[in-house]
Ligand binder design. Structure first.
Ligand SMILES: Cc1cc2nc3c(=O)[nH]c(=O)nc-3n(C[C@H](O)[C@H](O)[C@H](O)COP(=O)(O)OP(=O)(O)OC[C@H]3O[C@@H](n4cnc5c(N)ncnc54)[C@H](O)[C@@H]3O)c2cc1C
Length: 404
């Protein structure tokens, strides 16, 4: 029997899997590199369409709704702040939007009683044998597990240790993103502003917490060389790419200098021929990072549910479970990767003419007669169909939810 599972990564996919496996009676350990549950500078993530059924089945929908940003439409403006176009809330915020840090906290709270969490540590070595995986850690003592899951994000260490260097599997989307939070001096209330200059985008949005805004600064181009540990260096890179950009960008750059938390990354997609090797399997961004607009969060949680469900169905045959999990998840992930591949062109058009053309398209799409079409477009890659039934201990459902 497979009974002990080590999950590397306590972000979104990791705690979701810990929840399902822990409830099913597995001995689950989650090792997270960060010293605690990570915030993400108020960066939001969203759920849409069929994804809500999974949140409900997991018993986390109420908590997520209670913390949702309630974000409305986002207005595209010119350098003087005049409205040029609108991105309807369905585009960026889906049906329910929540700050990633709040979601991570909710998933941790829902799984912490059925899993052991080890913060501030990470895997340094994995050796597979016929009946287990011997794991060494940077800080903790070596341990043996039946299975190891790499849910450690785009720059997964488990993937590197078992499958090879990230560069072999990574396809850059030509976009770099910096996310941080600043005080709300924009008067925004469940709304956002978007400003473009060729190859660059600045967005500010204020949702649940009206005291602050989430800032996103994005620039197009080849992935810059940077040290992921060097936050000050990342701040300098952003300032260089936005030097001379108008509107409120100089104010945002000044605020960036003091921002306590920064999310910074070059956006890429991960494409692997296989997501498992022996007793090790990848999940979420580690396996298939899709990039912006790629349902990364929803797919991470659906993947966790599917992996746990297939393990439960397969009894001890984890290899069969890994194959089925991959077979089920691949089509949805491929669709989302295709959709997200054009993110840079859409978010940071290369010329003034292309910016105008995108804004014109959105003026039409956000007009009333097009609302239905727009709603469908915004959900099409999230709609993965009815949830599979698995022999998992589902949480009790409220009578109202059960009758749906
Ligand atoms: C801080 C942060 C901010 C983000 N902001 C945005 C955003 O603004 N927009 C957007 O579209 N997507 C964003 N994402 C990505 C998006 O949230 C993911 O698509 C989604 O969360 C997928 O979940 P995941 O659990 O697979 O990966 P992640 O959410 O990336 O979680 C991976 C976890 O693994 C941990 N980890 C990394 N390396 C190791 C290691 N060696 N050992 C142990 N743990 C490790 C990380 O600290 C993290 O907690 C962000 C991710 C992070 C981590």
């Amino acid at each position: 029997m497979t009974r002990s599972v080590l999950i590397s990564g306590g972000g979104i996919a990791g705690p979701s899997l810990a929840y399902w496996l822990g409830r099913a009676g597995y001995a689950v350990t989650v090792v997270e590199r960060a010293p605690g549950v990570r915030g993400s500078g108020a960066a939001p993530v969203d759920f849409r369409g069929d994804q809500l059924a999974l949140l409900e089945r997991m018993g986390v929908l109420d908590d997520i709704q209670a913390s949702q940003t309630g974000m409305g439409d986002q207005t595209v403006i010119d350098a003087e702040g005049r409205r040029l176009s609108t991105f309807p809330s369905a585009l960026f915020s889906g049906d329910v939007e929540i700050e990633r840090g709040d979601l991570a906290r909710i998933l941790y709270d829902h799984s912490k009683d059925v899993a052991e969490y080890v913060f501030g540590d990470h895997i340094t070595g994995l050796t597979q044998t016929a009946d287990g995986v011997d794991v060494t850690f940077a800080r903790g003592a070596p341990r043996r597990f039946d299975l190891v899951v790499g849910a450690d994000g785009l720059h997964s260490a488990v993937r590197r240790l078992v499958f090879g260097e990230e560069s072999r599997f990574r396809h850059d989307l030509g976009l770099t993103i910096a996310g941080f939070a600043v005080p709300n001096t924009f008067g925004l209330d469940h709304s956002g502003l978007i400003y473009n200059e060729p190859g660059r985008l600045a967005m500010v949005a204020s949702g649940r917490d009206r005291a602050r805004v989430a800032v996103g600064l994005m620039f197009a181009g080849p992935a810059p060389d940077y040290d992921w540990r060097d936050t000050e260096g990342q701040k300098r890179l952003v300032a260089e790419h936005f030097a001379g950009v108008g509107w409120q960008v100089p104010t945002l750059l000044a605020a960036l200098r003091d921002a306590p938390e920064l999310y910074f990354d070059t956006i890429g997609q991960i494409q692997l021929d296989r997501w498992s090797a022996g007793r090790v399997v990848l999940l979420g961004d580690a396996a298939w990072c899709t990039g912006p607009g790629g349902n990364g969060t929803g797919h991470a949680m659906l993947g966790a549910y599917t992996l746990a469900g297939e393990l439960a169905l397969a009894g001890g045959d984890f290899a069969a479970a890994f194959r089925r999990y991959e077979l089920i998840m691949r089509p949805a992930v491929a669709k989302s990767q295709k959709n997200a591949a054009g993110a840079a062109r859409f978010l940071t058009p290369a010329t003034e003419r292309k910016i105008r053309s995108r804004n014109r398209t959105f003026r039409i799409l956000s007009s009333r007669p097009m609302t239905g079409l727009f709603g469908w477009l915004a959900k099409r890659t999230a709609n993965t169909g009815k949830l599979r039934e698995y022999p998992l201990p589902y949480p009790a459902r409220s009578p109202a939810a059960a009758s749906k």
